[in-house]
Design a protein around this ligand. Structure first.
Ligand code: MEV
Length: 392
């Protein structure tokens, strides 16, 4: 039987009752209680992951119910200390599921390793020489991390960019495009950049500088879309019975401000990242990489803008969409070693990095909907307090 993520009244239950319900619905197993109670890693484990360790720091580990993504019911694992974020995500997902849920897609796991080359006399000739040696350079890069091929990834392309420094000097930044399959891929692409840098520099007739991935993962985007009908908007308690078309227009106006004013966009996107980061942390992913990618992507037009967009659909309902880099993995690092991160992947039935990327975009859009709905109606303080009423 397909499991439903629509867990009505879940927030009113005790922690034990919630675990019991998830066990009954086979989202978690009997042994998982131990993992959840322990928080996952010991001080000895922590000592292997980082330096100068004194102990471990715990965070709440929650699930947001009600998510329907591409027709599949998903419980979203979220680890975050800020009150109301999980409740807001669940609430928005409940509104969205009434119109069929989120539709989401993710690009292949393409990352770019950057190799900087300085001291080139003729950048046009160097670019041509590099493109001529494309295959040899890609082979050299592949030798830096050959194991990725076993997992379905590997080097895919070479790109040469002419970058002008502040003093006017032109340098080349060579991108080695790598499919990282189910890994986030930082170690893989960094090793490849280092392995190919000597050949790149000698081919370009310059000297190699920095060799490192870019976190502006703009070939690894995830997108999500949703609609909310006027009827459902009208049922939102915080709107106090206002005309649903006005509620919709209020959300669109709130988005319009975020897209026009970088000061508002920063807060709008922070709200999106509340959900994205919480899911990233729960699954052991590098949320700083996601943050860096998201904000650089939001500024790609030359002005910092909203990652989301809200508009009126043909039938008058509210339509939302989001597009953002989603460089996340389900193998390697914490995702592999942290028992709670592994459990998080199981709870959400995430089997591929692209499943996680699609969920990230959906959660980001849900979080944005919840914030804009509260902000454009009753105000965030009351809206958050109402969602969080159980704890006050
Ligand atoms: C708070 O953590 C996030 C919000 O400020 C987002 C927003 O203003 O859109 C509520």
């Amino acid at each position: 039987m397909a499991r439903s993520s629509r867990l009505s009244g879940f927030y009113r239950k005790s922690v034990d009752e919630r675990r019991g319900q998830l066990r009954e619905e086979t989202f978690i197993g009997v042994k998982d209680d131990l993992v959840l109670e322990s928080g996952g890693i010991s001080t000895a484990d922590a000592d292997r992951f980082s330096e100068n360790v004194l102990g471990v720091l715990s965070l709440p580990f929650s699930v947001a119910p009600n998510f329907l993504v591409n027709g599949r019911d998903v419980l979203v694992p979220m680890s975050i200390e800020e009150p109301s974020v999980v409740a807001a995500a669940a609430n928005a997902a409940r509104l969205v599921r009434q119109a069929g849920g989120f539709t989401a897609e993710a690009d292949p796991s393409l990352m770019a390793a950057q190799v900087e080359v300085r001291g080139i006399d003729d950048v046009a000739a160097a670019t041509a020489a590099l493109m001529d040696q494309r295959e040899a350079i890609l082979e050299a890069a592949a030798r830096g991390s050959p194991e990725i091929v076993k997992f379905g990834g590997g080097v895919r392309d070479l790109e040469v960019r002419d970058v002008t420094l502040h003093g006017g000097e032109h340098i080349l930044v060579v991108h080695i495009i790598v499919d990282c399959a189910d890994a986030m891929g930082a170690n893989t692409v960094n090793s490849m950049a280092e392995a190919a840098s000597e050949l790149i520099a000698s081919t370009a007739g310059g000297r190699a500088g920095l060799r490192i991935l870019t976190n502006l993962a703009d070939r690894r985007l995830a997108r999500a879309r949703c609609t909310v009908s006027l009827e459902v908007l009208g049922s939102y308690r915080g709107a106090g019975g206002a005309d649903p078309a006005r509620v919709r227009d209020g959300i669109i106006a709130a988005w319009e401000l975020a897209d026009a004013d970088p000061y508002r966009a920063a807060t709008n996107n922070k709200g999106i990242m509340n959900g994205v980061d919480a899911l990233a942390v729960a699954t052991g992913n590098d949320w700083r990489a996601l943050e860096a990618g998201a904000h650089a992507f939001a500024a790609r037009s030359g002005r910092y803008r909203s990652l989301s967009r809200w508009s009126e659909a043909g039938d008058g309902s509210l339509a939302g969409e989001i597009e953002m880099p989603a460089a996340v993995g389900i193998v390697g690092g914490m995702t592999t070693y942290h028992p709670v991160a592994r459990l998080a992947l199981e709870i959400a039935s995430i089997e591929k990095a692209s499943d996680l990327a699609r969920l990230l975009a959906s959660v980001g859009l849900a979080q944005n909907l919840a914030a804009l709905l509260a902000l454009s109606t009753e105000g965030i303080q009351r809206g958050h307090m109402r969602l969080h009423a159980k704890r006050t």
